[in-house]
Design a binder for this molecule. Structure first.
Ligand SMILES: [Zn+2]
Length: 94
């Protein structure tokens, strides 16, 4: 679960960096025991977004634990991954 979560996180990070080249300089991912992935954007000033989003693959429904909010999701965090954009930028020669 941990490894799979990290793979999803890095794949997703690239997608988000592509979509928001100006607004996001880092992403903090929380990998949960239930398999859900929560994420928080970090602005170019290094300020974490107060809003934490839940990532789901297309067509996926929320898992029951998260849907019912049976427990605080923070108690289910098994891993945290912080991804920065630095080093990911690609320059094209033309
Ligand atoms: Zn969940």
């Amino acid at each position: 679960m941990k490894r799979q979560g990290r793979e999803t996180a890095s794949r997703l990070a690239h997608k988000i960096f592509d979509a928001f080249p100006e607004d996001v300089s880092g992403l903090r991912f929380y990998i949960l025991d239930c398999g859900c992935l929560y994420l928080q954007r970090v602005s170019p000033e290094g300020i974490p977004d107060p809003v934490i989003g839940v990532h789901r693959e297309e067509g996926e429904v929320p898992c029951e634990i998260c849907l019912l909010r049976a427990v605080n999701w923070r108690q289910m965090v098994i891993d945290e991954v912080l991804v920065y954009r630095i080093g990911l930028q690609v320059t094209e020669d033309e």
